[in-house]
Design a protein around this ligand. Structure first.
Ligand SMILES: [Zn+2]
Length: 348
């Protein structure tokens, strides 16, 4: 389904205000990537965990990555301060408070249990803390929030199976599974069996593909893993047939512009292909990925990308519309959000 709503003319200088205020869904946010240096330090102190940085400033200045791997190294170091259920709650609560301010109406949050279980933290601690924060977000801000469990692709499929088994007693606290971490050298098909199992259990399926990896990874995420949504997917522009497939099957892409800039997928934001993806009729969306590390939450992703690429208010509407369309909420609730969106643009 696509929209035919024509956005009234809006002056370029009012675009940032429009983008910040519009209701939107966030579909690609790693909760461990929302850990701000201040919270890392506070948790390190609370839990008496030693971290290899002397100050918040030193930690923040270490965020000068050159590629996905150098980012992941510091990301896992930051996650090491998370030990108790309250730590996971506090991390998620901080992100959700921020998302509410950014007018996020619905969010689907990734979490990486293996990052924590490998350190001896029980999976119940992780999931219960995150889930409690999601429940409270609905009460506190009317923000709907759900969880998606991600398998780390640099680990084995056996490890993913073991993680799934540990998580299944908490099945009612997450809606689906994803695949993240180091993409190159770890094609989706490595996880064919565990995704087939998850599919049989009725879990929703997504996977990172085509961030740094080739279009072939997007094909195998779709055809082997049978995912319903592609995380990133920006490399699809190098394969015309794939672009057709994504448009035809209305496969959402969860694009993360500031992450792409920081990890040098597109060193200059002005060269980002978000506009090309939209103009080709793809269900592209804007998301923050790891906002504490990549220089901005969802509204920063919108405002900086629009300023750099010259996207219009019509694109803004389409992106927000797509974010609800591409979400895993019920069709009737999607329509409620999309009506609210249209009303916002008509009134602006
Ligand atoms: Zn990601």
């Amino acid at each position: 389904m696509t929209t035919s709503f024509t956005v009234p003319a809006i002056a370029a200088e009012r675009l940032p205000e429009l983008l910040r205020g519009m209701p939107k869904a966030e579909l690609h946010i790693h909760i461990e990537g929302s850990l701000e240096p201040e919270l890392i330090f506070a948790l390190a102190q609370r839990n008496r965990v030693a971290i290899p940085y002397a100050s918040v400033e030193e930690l923040r200045s270490a965020y000068a990555f050159s590629n996905l791997q150098s980012f992941l190294d510091i990301y896992y170091a930051g996650a090491s301060v998370l030990l108790t259920e309250q730590d996971f709650y506090d991390m998620a609560h901080a992100y959700l408070a921020r998302a509410a301010t950014d007018n996020v109406a619905h969010t689907e949050i990734f979490f990486d249990p293996q990052t924590h279980t490998a350190r001896g933290v029980a999976i119940d601690t992780v999931i219960n803390g995150l889930h409690r924060a999601c429940v409270d977000a609905q009460k506190q801000w009317g923000l709907s929030a759900v969880l998606i469990l991600c398998f780390l692709r640099h680990l084995s499929e056996e490890d993913a199976f073991a993680t799934l088994e540990q998580a299944l007693p908490l099945r009612d606290k997450f809606i689906g599974v994803g695949l993240d971490s180091s993409e190159l050298g770890h094609p989706p098909e490595k996880f064919a069996k565990v995704f087939a199992k998850c599919r049989s259990l009725g879990l929703r399926l997504v996977a990172h593909a085509g961030e740094e990896g080739p279009p072939a990874y997007i094909w195998s995420a779709l055809d082997v893993l049978k995912v319903e949504r592609i995380d990133h997917g920006v490399q699809s522009v190098h394969d015309a047939l794939l672009m057709q497939r994504l448009a035809q099957d209305r496969i959402p892409l969860t694009v993360c512009p500031l992450s792409n800039q920081k990890l040098r997928v597109f060193p200059d934001l002005a060269d980002h292909n978000l506009g090309a993806l939209l103009d080709a009729g793809l269900v592209a969306t804007v998301n923050s990925d790891d906002p504490a590390y990549f220089g901005g939450y969802i509204n920063e992703n919108f405002t900086q990308t629009f300023a750099a690429t010259g996207l219009t208010a019509q694109h803004a509407y389409q992106l927000a519309y797509n974010s609800f369309e591409g979400s895993f909420i019920e069709a009737s609730q999607k329509r409620v959000f999309q009506d609210r969106l249209q009303e916002y643009f008509a009134r602006f």
